[in-house]
Design a protein around this ligand. Structure first.
Ligand SMILES: Cc1cc2nc3c(=O)[nH]c(=O)nc-3n(C[C@H](O)[C@H](O)[C@H](O)COP(=O)(O)OP(=O)(O)OC[C@H]3O[C@@H](n4cnc5c(N)ncnc54)[C@H](O)[C@@H]3O)c2cc1C
Length: 438
C-alpha cells in the first residue's frame, strides 16, 4: 500500500477543516485534507453563510449561561480577524447586519472553499473527498499513520500532526435520541457527521464531554420530511421567537423570545413534540421579510402545509383547542389568561403548527485547551492532535453564538499550531530511528 507523507493531516473539509488546512498551508506546511463525503464543504456549504458572533463577551454570556461554555470568548474576540481573512477568499455578499444574538456578514462559502483548496494545493498539499478513515495510530517517531479507503482502494497517509474537524455527531441517530430523552430528532445538517472524528480522537487517548448536551437546531412542522439540504433553511420556523410554544399537556415550558434555536433545544428536552402558535401579524411579517436580511424570503407556514406538515389557522384559541386535541394536545381554557399569550397572539387569526426539533450540530465533543490541542483524561495535551469546529467541545453549551465564525476561529488556530509543531525540526534520535522520515 502506498503511504503518502504530509506535515499536517486534516480530517473533514468543512468550515473548520478548510480554515485549518489553509492556515497550515500558508505557514508552509504540506497538508492533506481527508473528507468522508463525495464533495467538500460539509454543513458550511449548505448553510445560510452568515458568519456572525455576539458583539461582546457579555452578550455571549447573556445568550449562553451554560457552565460548559469555555471557548466562546475566542469566537467573540476572533470575529473581526475572521472576517478580514475570509474576505480574502470571497468578498462579503452583505454589509454587516444583526443576526441572532449578534451581527455578521454573508459569504459565498463554496467560492471561498475552492480558493482555499488552491492555496493548499499550491503548498504541495491535497484535498481528497470520498475517504473513509479506518484508524489512526502513532508511529515510532511520535507522528501519525492514518489508514483508510478511497475510490481507488486502501490508502495510508503519514503526518507529524492531525487536526480533527468532522463536524459533530448529529447524523448519528443514537446521538439524536440521547439529546432528546430518547424521543429522537430530525436531522438538519450534514449527513456524514456521525462522530467519526470524535471516535478517532478517543482512540488516540482524547476524552469527550458528552455531559454537554447542548446543540444548535430549529423547529420544523411535524410531518415535513426534508428532501434536500435546501429544505433545512426553507422549513425552519424562525418566527417561533414571537410565538407561544406548548407541550402536549398544554403548558408553556420555554421563554420563546430566546429564539427559535433555543426553542428547539427546550423542546428536545421536553418530550420532542410541541404546539407552536403565532399571530396573524407575525405570520404576515414572517411571510414578507426574510428572517435575516439577504436570505431568501418565503412563507414557511404555507410551504410546510404544501409539503404535508401539520399546520393550521384558526379564528380563536377555542377553535384551535379542538384541532390541537386531534393531534394530542390538551389546551387549557386558562391559557388565555397568561399575559404573554394574549399579548403575542393578538386579536386576529392564530396560526399554529405541530412542531418537532431538528438538530444542526452538537456542542459536546472532544475536550481541548485554548490552542485547540486535544486533552487526555488527566487534562494534559496528547501532543500532535488538534480539534476544531463542531467536533471541539464546549464552545457553546446552553445557547448559541454562531457556528461558522466558531469554525473559522478554532480552525485557523488549530491550523497555525499544528503547522508550527509539524515544521519544528525533528530531534536527531527520532530522525535517525525513522530513516529521516518525519
Ligand atoms: C442549513 C444550515 C444553515 C446554517 N446556517 C448558518 C449560518 O448562517 N451561520 C452560522 O454561523 N452557522 C450556520 N450553520 C452552522 C454551520 O454550518 C456549522 O456550524 C459549521 O459548518 C461547522 O463547521 P465544521 O467544520 O465543524 O463542520 P462542517 O462544516 O459540517 O464540516 C465537517 C466536515 O467533516 C466531514 N466528515 C464527517 N465525518 C468525517 C470523517 N470521519 N472523516 C473525514 N471527514 C468527515 C463532513 O462530511 C464535513 O464535510 C448552518 C448549518 C446548516 C446545516
Amino acid at each position: 500500500m502506498n503511504t503518502q507523507d504530509f506535515d499536517v493531516l486534516v480530517l473533514g473539509a468543512g468550515m473548520a477543516g478548510m480554515s485549518a488546512a489553509t492556515e497550515a498551508a500558508a505557514a508552509g506546511a504540506r497538508v492533506a485534507v481527508l473528507e468522508r463525503a463525495p464533495m467538500i464543504g460539509g454543513s458550511a456549504a449548505i448553510s445560510g453563510g452568515y458568519v456572525w458572533a455576539p458583539a461582546t463577551e457579555d452578550d455571549l454570556r447573556q445568550e449562553d449561561q451554560g457552565e460548559y461554555q469555555l471557548h466562546g470568548a475566542k469566537v467573540v474576540a476572533g470575529y473581526g480577524e475572521a472576517h478580514s481573512w475570509l474576505g480574502g477568499f470571497s468578498a462579503p455578499l452583505t454589509q454587516e447586519r444583526p443576526a441572532l444574538a449578534g451581527r455578521g456578514r454573508k459569504y459565498d462559502l463554496p467560492l471561498a472553499f475552492s480558493r482555499m483548496s488552491q492555496v493548499i494545493q499550491r503548498a504541495g498539499g491535497m484535498v481528497l473527498p470520498a475517504v473513509e478513515v479506518g484508524d489512526i495510530v502513532r508511529d515510532s517517531a511520535g507522528g501519525f499513520l492514518v489508514r483508510g479507503t478511497t475510490d481507488a482502494g486502501s490508502a495510508a497517509w503519514r503526518s507529524r500532526t492531525v487536526i480533527v474537524a468532522t463536524g459533530g455527531r448529529q447524523a448519528d441517530p443514537k446521538a439524536r435520541a440521547e439529546l432528546s430523552g430518547g424521543a429522537g430528532m430530525a436531522l438538519r445538517g450534514n449527513a456524514y457527521s456521525v462522530g467519526g472524528g470524535m471516535n478517532l480522537a478517543v482512540s488516540l487517548g482524547g476524552v469527550l464531554n458528552l455531559e454537554n448536551k447542548g446543540f444548535y437546531g430549529h423547529l420544523f412542522a411535524a410531518g415535513v420530511t426534508p428532501v434536500s439540504p435546501v429544505d433545512f433553511i426553507a422549513f425552519a420556523l424562525y418566527q417561533s421567537e414571537k410565538g407561544i410554544l406548548l407541550g402536549p399537556d398544554g403548558s408553556r415550558f420555554a421563554e420563546e423570545t430566546r429564539g427559535d434555536h433555543n426553542n428547539a433545544t427546550a423542546l428536545a428536552a421536553h418530550g420532542g413534540r410541541g404546539l407552536l402558535m403565532w399571530s396573524e401579524e407575525v405570520q404576515a411579517e414572517a411571510a414578507a421579510e426574510p428572517f435575516v436580511a439577504g436570505s431568501p424570503q418565503m412563507d414557511r407556514w404555507q410551504i410546510s402545509k404544501d409539503r404535508g406538515g401539520r399546520v393550521g389557522v384558526g379564528s380563536s384559541l377555542a377553535e384551535i383547542t379542538e384541532a390541537a386535541a386531534r393531534w394530542g394536545y390538551a389546551i387549557s381554557p386558562d391559557l388565555a389568561s397568561d399575559p404573554a399569550v394574549s399579548e403575542r397572539l393578538g386579536r386576529g387569526r392564530i396560526y399554529f403548527a405541530d412542531v418537532v426539533p431538528a438538530i444542526t450540530y452538537t456542542f459536546g465533543g472532544v475536550r481541548a485547551d485554548a490552542r485547540g490541542e486535544v486533552l487526555d483524561s488527566a487534562g494534559e495535551v496528547l501532543g500532535g492532535v488538534y480539534v476544531a469546529g463542531a467536533d471541539m467541545s464546549d464552545i457553546y453549551h446552553k445557547g448559541y453564538g454562531g457556528g461558522l465564525c466558531a469554525a473559522v476561529v478554532t480552525g485557523r488556530e488549530a491550523g497555525r499550531n499544528a503547522a508550527s509543531e509539524a515544521l519544528r525540526p525533528v530531534p536527531v534520535e527520532a530522525s535517525a530511528a525513522t530513516g529521516g522520515q518525519p
